[in-house]
Design a protein around this ligand. Structure first.
Ligand SMILES: C[S@@+](CC[C@H](N)C(=O)[O-])C[C@H]1O[C@@H](n2cnc3c(N)ncnc32)[C@H](O)[C@@H]1O
Length: 377
């Protein structure tokens, strides 16, 4: 499903499209034809040789990593994968840079008009170090860099890049994760009707909009630490006709009133934070919920075998997802307890994403997202 165009995405020329289609094909080829070869090399050659020498299989992902990073095939795939990520950004940066003054101008004009939805920025808010110390996904400037006044480029790039990164598998609005978590909520609590919803780490709001559409009577808030994604997200939501209140806030400590939400959600934010931030985010979620309110923090799969875990770690070592590998094997429920949740009110559930088309190297079971589920007593 191709990306749904809206007035805050940069227009693409024939050459831009050709470049982007090339990058998509390259990435598709790497993930469907080249990447699976790593598994074959490991299970047919590397693992048997190790077993013959040591009398046991590799104990953990660190041991698999030591073995596999010596393999020319893995090194070739890894270098190509990294290069394809760089090409991906180059292909979306070109049209965004060309149109940036106009995009900024239009977002500014829209933000000056009254609702629906709103945008509240806090230029004084300190950005967390885990956010600024690396360009996440090697997106130049990450989500937060301000290349120009009232910059929206971080958001425009993220939205276009996400579509390419996921090979269109997250739908025309990149809403897949919001829809997945919404489905989980509906299956488990079919009667639940939140009146106030908070989405933490919303970026451009791609996962927020399904919540706002599913519960049109609810007041929906979305926070992020990075202003450029929020400016873009706000303009985008208005342009798509969905009311959302965006504000620049750190999920570790927000300025919302205690007990002011029925539902607090996040989609793939946790793995971009830190070991110190995680318990704070769970504590803050509990503070924000009214009694009976629900917390649903969903994060990316980390793999079930040492080999799969090693492959997931690629993003940490090569794509500036510094913290992601520390989430592997982390006892998220234990972290939530550390954040003040009572043992009988929090658990970690899993939901199968079924994204095989995009992630051909994974089984459904391996590609299950973790959800930290809490219900405030
Ligand atoms: C991978 S993106 C996910 C965006 C979106 N939720 C989605 O589903 O595509 C993670 C987002 O979390 C934000 N983030 C990271 N740490 C945060 C924090 N402590 N408070 C608020 N947002 C945070 C980042 O700025 C980034 O926009």
């Amino acid at each position: 499903m191709r990306q749904r165009f809206h007035e805050f995405l940069p227009r693409t020329s024939h050459d831009d499209v050709a470049r982007q289609e090339f990058v998509k094909s390259l990435r598709g080829f790497l993930s469907s034809r080249v990447m699976p070869g790593n598994q074959a090399i490991f299970s047919q050659r590397v693992e048997p040789a190790f077993r013959a020498a040591q009398g046991r299989p590799p104990a953990d992902r660190a041991e698999v990593r030591r073995l596999m990073t010596a393999e020319p095939y893995y090194r070739f795939w890894s270098a190509m994968q990294r290069r394809s990520q760089e090409l991906m950004w180059e292909s979306v940066i070109l049209p965004t840079e060309r149109e940036l003054p106009d995009l900024v101008q239009r977002a500014r004009a829209l933000a000056a008009k009254p609702g629906p939805g709103s945008l509240r920025l806090d230029p004084q808010m300190p950005l967390p170090r885990y956010h600024t110390e690396q360009d996440i996904h090697i997106q130049p400037g990450g989500y937060h860099a301000e290349w120009t006044a009232d910059d929206v480029s971080g958001g425009a790039l993220y939205e276009a890049g996400l579509q390419m990164y996921m090979a269109d598998a997250w739908g025309p609005e990149g809403a897949f994760l919001g829809e997945l978590l919404l489905r989980y909520l509906r299956q488990r609590w079919p009667e639940f009707r939140p009146r106030r919803i908070l989405d933490m780490g919303c970026a451009v709001g791609n996962s927020t909009l399904p919540w706002a559409r599913a519960f049109p009577d609810a007041e929906v808030h979305a926070i992020d630490v990075a202003a450029p994604v929020l400016r873009h997200g706000h303009a985008r939501a208005r342009s798509l006709g969905v009311p959302v209140h965006f504000s620049q806030q750190n999920a570790e400590a927000t300025d919302f009133e205690p007990g002011s939400f029925d539902l607090v959600v996040s989609h793939i934010m946790l793995h971009e934070t830190s070991l110190v931030a995680l318990p704070r985010i769970f504590r803050e979620s509990q503070r924000l919920l009214r009694p009976g309110g629900l917390m649903l923090h969903m994060d990316i799969p980390r793999g079930d075998t040492p080999f799969r875990q090693f492959m997931h770690d690629w993003e940490s070592y090569n794509n500036n997802e510094g913290f992601a590998r520390f989430m592997t094997g982390l006892d998220l429920r234990g972290v939530a307890l550390e954040g003040g949740w009572a043992p009988d009110s929090v658990e970690v559930a899993r939901t199968v994403a079924g994204l095989n088309a995009a992630q051909k190297n994974y089984t459904d079971a391996d590609y299950a997202f973790a959800i930290v589920v809490g219900q405030r007593p």
